[in-house]
Design a protein around this ligand. Sequence first.
Ligand code: PMP
Length: 373
Amino acid sequence: MIYLDYAADTPAAREVLDVFSDTALRYAANPNSLHTPGRQAGARLAECTEQIKTLLNLKNSDVIYTSGATEANNLALKGVAEKYRNSGKHIIATYLEHSSVNGALAALQNSGFEIDYVDSGSDGLVDLEQLKALLRKDTILVSACYVDSEMGVTQKIHDIAAILSGYPGCRFHVDATQAVGKVPLSLDGADLFTFSPHKFYGLNGSGILIKKEELLLEPQIHGGLSATPYRSGTPALALAAACAKALELALAELAPRCEHVSGLNKKLRAALTKYPKVKINSTAYSVPHILSVSMPGVKTEDFRDELDAYGVCVSTRSACCAPNSVSRPVYAVTKDRKRAVSTLRVSLSHLTTEQDVDEFLACFEKCYDKFAG
Ligand code: PMP
Protein backbone atom coordinates (compact mmCIF):
# COMPACT_ATOMS: atom_id res chain seq x y z
CA MET A 1 0.00 0.00 0.00
CA ILE A 2 1.18 3.53 -0.75
CA TYR A 3 -0.27 5.85 1.84
CA LEU A 4 -0.24 9.48 0.74
CA ASP A 5 -2.82 10.90 3.13
CA TYR A 6 -0.59 12.07 5.97
CA ALA A 7 -2.52 15.34 6.35
CA ALA A 8 -5.49 13.26 7.49
CA ASP A 9 -3.67 10.96 9.89
CA THR A 10 -0.18 9.67 10.56
CA PRO A 11 0.87 6.31 12.01
CA ALA A 12 1.86 6.53 15.66
CA ALA A 13 5.62 6.30 16.25
CA ARG A 14 6.80 3.23 18.18
CA GLU A 15 8.36 5.46 20.88
CA VAL A 16 5.03 7.27 21.32
CA LEU A 17 3.19 3.98 21.79
CA ASP A 18 5.84 2.88 24.29
CA VAL A 19 5.44 6.06 26.32
CA PHE A 20 1.66 5.67 26.19
CA SER A 21 1.66 2.10 27.46
CA ASP A 22 4.43 2.69 30.05
CA THR A 23 2.57 5.68 31.45
CA ALA A 24 -0.79 3.90 31.47
CA LEU A 25 0.73 0.92 33.29
CA ARG A 26 2.83 2.87 35.74
CA TYR A 27 0.30 5.55 36.73
CA ALA A 28 -2.92 3.68 37.36
CA ALA A 29 -4.51 6.53 39.28
CA ASN A 30 -6.53 9.66 38.65
CA PRO A 31 -4.13 12.63 38.52
CA ASN A 32 -6.61 14.55 40.72
CA SER A 33 -6.77 11.92 43.49
CA LEU A 34 -5.19 12.99 46.72
CA HIS A 35 -3.50 9.71 47.67
CA THR A 36 0.10 8.90 46.81
CA PRO A 37 -0.42 7.30 43.35
CA GLY A 38 -2.84 10.09 42.48
CA ARG A 39 -0.27 12.74 43.44
CA GLN A 40 2.37 10.88 41.45
CA ALA A 41 0.09 10.85 38.41
CA GLY A 42 -0.65 14.56 38.96
CA ALA A 43 3.08 15.31 39.11
CA ARG A 44 3.68 13.35 35.89
CA LEU A 45 0.88 15.29 34.17
CA ALA A 46 2.46 18.58 35.29
CA GLU A 47 5.76 17.32 33.87
CA CYS A 48 4.13 16.59 30.48
CA THR A 49 2.55 20.05 30.45
CA GLU A 50 5.91 21.68 31.21
CA GLN A 51 7.59 19.62 28.50
CA ILE A 52 5.01 20.73 25.92
CA LYS A 53 5.47 24.36 26.98
CA THR A 54 9.26 24.11 26.80
CA LEU A 55 9.18 22.41 23.40
CA LEU A 56 6.93 25.13 22.02
CA ASN A 57 8.79 27.91 23.81
CA LEU A 58 5.66 29.06 25.65
CA LYS A 59 5.56 31.43 28.58
CA ASN A 60 2.52 32.55 30.57
CA SER A 61 0.35 30.09 28.71
CA ASP A 62 -2.13 27.39 29.71
CA VAL A 63 -2.12 23.96 28.10
CA ILE A 64 -5.64 22.53 27.83
CA TYR A 65 -5.96 18.86 26.93
CA THR A 66 -8.91 17.93 24.74
CA SER A 67 -10.05 14.97 22.63
CA GLY A 68 -8.65 16.43 19.40
CA ALA A 69 -8.19 19.65 17.47
CA THR A 70 -11.88 19.59 16.61
CA GLU A 71 -12.80 19.93 20.27
CA ALA A 72 -9.91 22.35 20.87
CA ASN A 73 -11.14 24.63 18.06
CA ASN A 74 -14.69 24.47 19.40
CA LEU A 75 -13.53 25.36 22.89
CA ALA A 76 -11.31 28.18 21.61
CA LEU A 77 -13.99 29.83 19.49
CA LYS A 78 -17.09 29.24 21.59
CA GLY A 79 -15.13 29.70 24.79
CA VAL A 80 -13.87 33.16 23.80
CA ALA A 81 -17.10 34.25 22.12
CA GLU A 82 -19.29 33.31 25.06
CA LYS A 83 -16.90 34.73 27.67
CA TYR A 84 -16.48 38.09 25.95
CA ARG A 85 -19.92 38.44 24.36
CA ASN A 86 -20.61 41.61 26.34
CA SER A 87 -17.73 43.34 24.52
CA GLY A 88 -19.09 42.52 21.07
CA LYS A 89 -20.54 39.87 18.82
CA HIS A 90 -18.45 40.23 15.70
CA ILE A 91 -16.04 37.50 14.57
CA ILE A 92 -13.83 37.24 11.47
CA ALA A 93 -12.41 34.07 9.95
CA THR A 94 -10.69 33.11 6.72
CA TYR A 95 -12.27 31.00 3.98
CA LEU A 96 -9.54 28.42 4.44
CA GLU A 97 -10.66 27.16 7.84
CA HIS A 98 -11.17 23.53 8.74
CA SER A 99 -14.71 22.23 9.19
CA SER A 100 -14.24 22.20 12.98
CA VAL A 101 -13.76 25.98 12.89
CA ASN A 102 -16.53 26.53 10.37
CA GLY A 103 -18.88 24.31 12.36
CA ALA A 104 -18.19 26.17 15.60
CA LEU A 105 -18.68 29.50 13.83
CA ALA A 106 -21.99 28.32 12.36
CA ALA A 107 -23.15 27.41 15.87
CA LEU A 108 -22.09 30.84 17.14
CA GLN A 109 -23.93 32.51 14.29
CA ASN A 110 -27.07 30.64 15.30
CA SER A 111 -26.71 32.02 18.79
CA GLY A 112 -26.50 35.63 17.63
CA PHE A 113 -22.88 36.26 16.64
CA GLU A 114 -22.09 37.96 13.37
CA ILE A 115 -19.42 36.23 11.29
CA ASP A 116 -17.48 37.82 8.43
CA TYR A 117 -15.04 35.98 6.18
CA VAL A 118 -11.92 37.55 4.80
CA ASP A 119 -10.85 36.73 1.24
CA SER A 120 -7.57 35.27 0.07
CA GLY A 121 -5.54 36.27 -2.96
CA SER A 122 -4.55 33.80 -5.68
CA ASP A 123 -1.47 32.99 -3.58
CA GLY A 124 -3.79 31.82 -0.79
CA LEU A 125 -2.69 34.52 1.62
CA VAL A 126 -5.36 36.38 3.52
CA ASP A 127 -6.12 39.81 2.08
CA LEU A 128 -4.78 41.98 4.87
CA GLU A 129 -6.35 45.18 3.51
CA GLN A 130 -9.75 43.52 3.53
CA LEU A 131 -9.10 42.26 7.04
CA LYS A 132 -8.39 45.83 8.16
CA ALA A 133 -11.61 46.97 6.51
CA LEU A 134 -13.65 44.23 8.21
CA LEU A 135 -12.32 44.87 11.71
CA ARG A 136 -14.69 46.78 13.99
CA LYS A 137 -14.71 48.07 17.54
CA ASP A 138 -16.95 45.15 18.49
CA THR A 139 -14.81 42.46 16.80
CA ILE A 140 -13.94 40.09 19.62
CA LEU A 141 -12.23 37.31 17.70
CA VAL A 142 -10.29 36.58 14.52
CA SER A 143 -9.60 32.98 13.54
CA ALA A 144 -7.03 31.94 10.94
CA CYS A 145 -5.42 28.62 10.21
CA TYR A 146 -1.64 28.60 10.19
CA VAL A 147 -1.64 26.05 7.38
CA ASP A 148 -4.91 25.07 5.72
CA SER A 149 -5.65 21.40 5.43
CA GLU A 150 -6.49 21.36 1.73
CA MET A 151 -3.88 23.41 -0.11
CA GLY A 152 -1.40 23.71 2.73
CA VAL A 153 -1.06 27.49 2.43
CA THR A 154 0.94 29.01 5.29
CA GLN A 155 -0.53 32.30 6.46
CA LYS A 156 1.59 35.24 7.58
CA ILE A 157 0.44 34.96 11.17
CA HIS A 158 2.70 37.78 12.39
CA ASP A 159 1.26 40.24 9.87
CA ILE A 160 -2.27 39.39 10.99
CA ALA A 161 -1.25 39.69 14.65
CA ALA A 162 0.36 43.08 13.97
CA ILE A 163 -2.92 44.37 12.54
CA LEU A 164 -4.89 42.97 15.46
CA SER A 165 -2.58 44.63 17.98
CA GLY A 166 -4.49 47.84 17.16
CA TYR A 167 -7.65 46.14 18.47
CA PRO A 168 -7.02 45.23 22.11
CA GLY A 169 -10.54 43.81 22.54
CA CYS A 170 -10.02 41.33 19.71
CA ARG A 171 -8.47 37.91 20.37
CA PHE A 172 -6.56 35.96 17.78
CA HIS A 173 -7.09 32.21 17.43
CA VAL A 174 -4.83 30.17 15.17
CA ASP A 175 -5.63 26.63 14.11
CA ALA A 176 -2.10 25.26 13.84
CA THR A 177 -3.12 21.62 13.37
CA GLN A 178 -1.40 21.21 10.00
CA ALA A 179 1.65 23.17 11.11
CA VAL A 180 2.75 22.00 14.57
CA GLY A 181 5.26 19.18 14.30
CA LYS A 182 5.44 19.57 10.52
CA VAL A 183 7.03 22.94 9.73
CA PRO A 184 9.04 25.54 11.68
CA LEU A 185 6.61 28.05 13.15
CA SER A 186 6.21 30.95 15.52
CA LEU A 187 2.93 31.57 17.27
CA ASP A 188 3.96 34.61 19.32
CA GLY A 189 1.11 36.79 18.12
CA ALA A 190 -1.67 34.29 18.81
CA ASP A 191 -3.81 34.50 21.94
CA LEU A 192 -4.85 30.89 21.48
CA PHE A 193 -3.83 28.10 19.18
CA THR A 194 -4.74 24.49 18.64
CA PHE A 195 -3.11 21.33 17.37
CA SER A 196 -3.43 17.60 17.30
CA PRO A 197 -0.70 14.99 17.90
CA HIS A 198 -2.18 12.47 15.46
CA LYS A 199 -0.96 14.74 12.68
CA PHE A 200 2.66 14.23 13.78
CA TYR A 201 2.90 10.54 14.63
CA GLY A 202 1.15 10.84 17.98
CA LEU A 203 -2.16 9.34 19.00
CA ASN A 204 -5.69 9.97 17.88
CA GLY A 205 -8.18 11.11 20.48
CA SER A 206 -6.04 13.84 21.95
CA GLY A 207 -5.71 17.49 21.06
CA ILE A 208 -4.28 20.61 22.63
CA LEU A 209 -5.50 24.15 23.08
CA ILE A 210 -2.86 26.63 24.18
CA LYS A 211 -4.04 29.97 25.49
CA LYS A 212 -2.50 32.99 27.13
CA GLU A 213 -2.93 32.79 30.90
CA GLU A 214 -4.85 36.04 31.20
CA LEU A 215 -7.41 35.02 28.58
CA LEU A 216 -10.61 33.51 29.96
CA LEU A 217 -12.81 30.91 28.30
CA GLU A 218 -16.34 29.74 28.86
CA PRO A 219 -16.00 25.97 29.34
CA GLN A 220 -17.95 23.82 26.89
CA ILE A 221 -17.81 20.61 28.93
CA HIS A 222 -19.00 21.00 32.49
CA GLY A 223 -18.60 19.04 35.67
CA GLY A 224 -15.69 17.12 37.09
CA LEU A 225 -12.30 18.33 38.20
CA SER A 226 -9.65 18.27 35.51
CA ALA A 227 -6.22 19.65 34.73
CA THR A 228 -7.64 23.14 34.10
CA PRO A 229 -11.00 24.78 34.85
CA TYR A 230 -11.70 25.02 31.12
CA ARG A 231 -12.30 21.40 30.17
CA SER A 232 -13.76 18.91 32.61
CA GLY A 233 -13.05 15.22 32.80
CA THR A 234 -10.39 13.00 34.30
CA PRO A 235 -7.08 14.06 32.70
CA ALA A 236 -5.89 11.48 30.17
CA LEU A 237 -2.34 11.25 31.50
CA ALA A 238 -1.06 8.60 29.09
CA LEU A 239 -2.34 10.61 26.12
CA ALA A 240 -0.68 13.76 27.47
CA ALA A 241 2.61 11.88 27.87
CA ALA A 242 2.24 10.48 24.34
CA CYS A 243 1.59 13.98 23.00
CA ALA A 244 4.71 15.36 24.68
CA LYS A 245 6.78 12.51 23.26
CA ALA A 246 5.36 12.91 19.74
CA LEU A 247 6.13 16.62 19.86
CA GLU A 248 9.65 16.02 21.12
CA LEU A 249 10.35 13.55 18.30
CA ALA A 250 8.73 15.63 15.57
CA LEU A 251 10.52 18.84 16.54
CA ALA A 252 13.89 17.12 16.84
CA GLU A 253 13.56 15.87 13.25
CA LEU A 254 11.75 18.86 11.76
CA ALA A 255 14.48 20.19 9.42
CA PRO A 256 15.56 16.90 7.77
CA ARG A 257 11.94 15.79 7.45
CA CYS A 258 10.96 19.06 5.77
CA GLU A 259 13.89 18.79 3.40
CA HIS A 260 13.05 15.22 2.45
CA VAL A 261 9.39 16.05 1.87
CA SER A 262 10.27 19.19 -0.12
CA GLY A 263 12.27 17.07 -2.56
CA LEU A 264 9.35 14.70 -3.06
CA ASN A 265 6.93 17.57 -3.43
CA LYS A 266 9.07 19.14 -6.20
CA LYS A 267 9.18 15.84 -8.04
CA LEU A 268 5.41 15.39 -7.75
CA ARG A 269 4.63 18.93 -8.85
CA ALA A 270 6.92 18.66 -11.86
CA ALA A 271 5.39 15.34 -12.92
CA LEU A 272 1.74 16.34 -12.39
CA THR A 273 2.12 19.68 -14.15
CA LYS A 274 2.72 17.79 -17.40
CA TYR A 275 -0.88 16.55 -17.51
CA PRO A 276 -3.00 19.08 -19.45
CA LYS A 277 -6.05 18.71 -17.19
CA VAL A 278 -4.14 19.02 -13.93
CA LYS A 279 -4.19 22.41 -12.21
CA ILE A 280 -2.00 22.81 -9.15
CA ASN A 281 -3.95 24.47 -6.34
CA SER A 282 -1.19 24.58 -3.75
CA THR A 283 0.68 27.86 -4.04
CA ALA A 284 4.19 29.18 -3.47
CA TYR A 285 3.19 29.54 0.20
CA SER A 286 2.10 25.94 0.63
CA VAL A 287 3.89 23.58 2.98
CA PRO A 288 5.83 20.78 1.31
CA HIS A 289 3.74 17.99 2.83
CA ILE A 290 0.48 18.99 1.13
CA LEU A 291 -0.10 19.12 -2.61
CA SER A 292 -3.59 19.87 -3.86
CA VAL A 293 -4.46 19.60 -7.53
CA SER A 294 -7.69 19.87 -9.48
CA MET A 295 -8.79 18.25 -12.69
CA PRO A 296 -11.76 20.31 -13.89
CA GLY A 297 -14.42 18.14 -15.43
CA VAL A 298 -13.07 14.96 -13.82
CA LYS A 299 -14.95 13.19 -11.05
CA THR A 300 -12.05 12.98 -8.63
CA GLU A 301 -14.02 10.71 -6.26
CA ASP A 302 -13.83 8.03 -8.98
CA PHE A 303 -10.20 8.86 -9.60
CA ARG A 304 -9.45 8.47 -5.87
CA ASP A 305 -11.34 5.17 -5.71
CA GLU A 306 -9.44 3.83 -8.72
CA LEU A 307 -6.13 4.83 -7.09
CA ASP A 308 -7.35 3.06 -3.97
CA ALA A 309 -7.97 -0.07 -6.03
CA TYR A 310 -4.28 0.09 -7.01
CA GLY A 311 -3.40 0.37 -3.32
CA VAL A 312 -2.68 4.11 -3.40
CA CYS A 313 -4.40 6.22 -0.73
CA VAL A 314 -5.07 9.90 -1.32
CA SER A 315 -7.99 12.20 -0.49
CA THR A 316 -10.17 14.32 -2.64
CA ARG A 317 -10.38 16.86 0.17
CA SER A 318 -9.76 17.10 3.88
CA ALA A 319 -11.05 13.86 5.46
CA CYS A 320 -13.32 15.94 7.72
CA CYS A 321 -15.34 17.43 4.83
CA ALA A 322 -18.67 16.16 3.63
CA PRO A 323 -18.21 13.81 0.66
CA ASN A 324 -18.75 15.30 -2.81
CA SER A 325 -18.76 18.83 -1.44
CA VAL A 326 -17.20 21.87 -3.06
CA SER A 327 -13.80 22.75 -1.66
CA ARG A 328 -14.36 26.07 0.05
CA PRO A 329 -10.63 26.86 0.33
CA VAL A 330 -9.90 25.97 -3.30
CA TYR A 331 -12.87 28.04 -4.44
CA ALA A 332 -11.77 30.95 -2.25
CA VAL A 333 -8.32 30.96 -3.81
CA THR A 334 -9.08 30.03 -7.44
CA LYS A 335 -12.62 31.47 -7.72
CA ASP A 336 -13.22 28.53 -10.04
CA ARG A 337 -16.09 26.22 -9.18
CA LYS A 338 -14.99 23.50 -11.57
CA ARG A 339 -11.64 23.42 -9.84
CA ALA A 340 -13.26 23.44 -6.42
CA VAL A 341 -15.33 20.31 -7.15
CA SER A 342 -12.51 18.31 -8.71
CA THR A 343 -9.73 18.38 -6.12
CA LEU A 344 -7.29 15.67 -5.16
CA ARG A 345 -4.99 16.04 -2.17
CA VAL A 346 -1.70 14.18 -1.91
CA SER A 347 0.00 14.52 1.46
CA LEU A 348 3.51 13.40 2.22
CA SER A 349 5.65 12.36 5.14
CA HIS A 350 9.28 11.64 5.97
CA LEU A 351 8.10 8.02 5.69
CA THR A 352 7.29 8.53 2.01
CA THR A 353 10.00 7.24 -0.32
CA GLU A 354 10.98 8.20 -3.87
CA GLN A 355 9.71 4.80 -4.88
CA ASP A 356 6.30 5.55 -3.34
CA VAL A 357 6.13 8.71 -5.42
CA ASP A 358 7.17 6.86 -8.57
CA GLU A 359 4.56 4.17 -8.00
CA PHE A 360 1.93 6.80 -7.26
CA LEU A 361 2.81 8.55 -10.53
CA ALA A 362 2.58 5.29 -12.49
CA CYS A 363 -0.91 4.64 -11.05
CA PHE A 364 -1.89 8.26 -11.56
CA GLU A 365 -1.06 7.93 -15.25
CA LYS A 366 -3.35 4.91 -15.61
CA CYS A 367 -6.20 6.67 -13.79
CA TYR A 368 -5.65 9.84 -15.81
CA ASP A 369 -5.92 7.89 -19.05
CA LYS A 370 -9.15 6.32 -17.83
CA PHE A 371 -10.90 9.39 -16.39
CA ALA A 372 -9.28 12.41 -17.96
CA GLY A 373 -7.49 11.28 -21.13
N1 PMP B 1 -7.85 21.65 11.98
C1 PMP B 1 -7.18 21.26 10.89
C2 PMP B 1 -6.49 22.30 10.05
C3 PMP B 1 -7.12 19.90 10.54
O1 PMP B 1 -6.45 19.53 9.45
C4 PMP B 1 -7.79 18.95 11.36
C5 PMP B 1 -7.76 17.47 11.03
N2 PMP B 1 -8.14 17.16 9.74
C6 PMP B 1 -8.48 19.41 12.50
C7 PMP B 1 -8.48 20.75 12.78
C8 PMP B 1 -9.22 18.46 13.40
O2 PMP B 1 -8.31 17.68 14.10
P1 PMP B 1 -8.75 16.38 14.90
O3 PMP B 1 -8.73 15.27 13.92
O4 PMP B 1 -7.68 16.23 15.94
O5 PMP B 1 -10.07 16.63 15.50
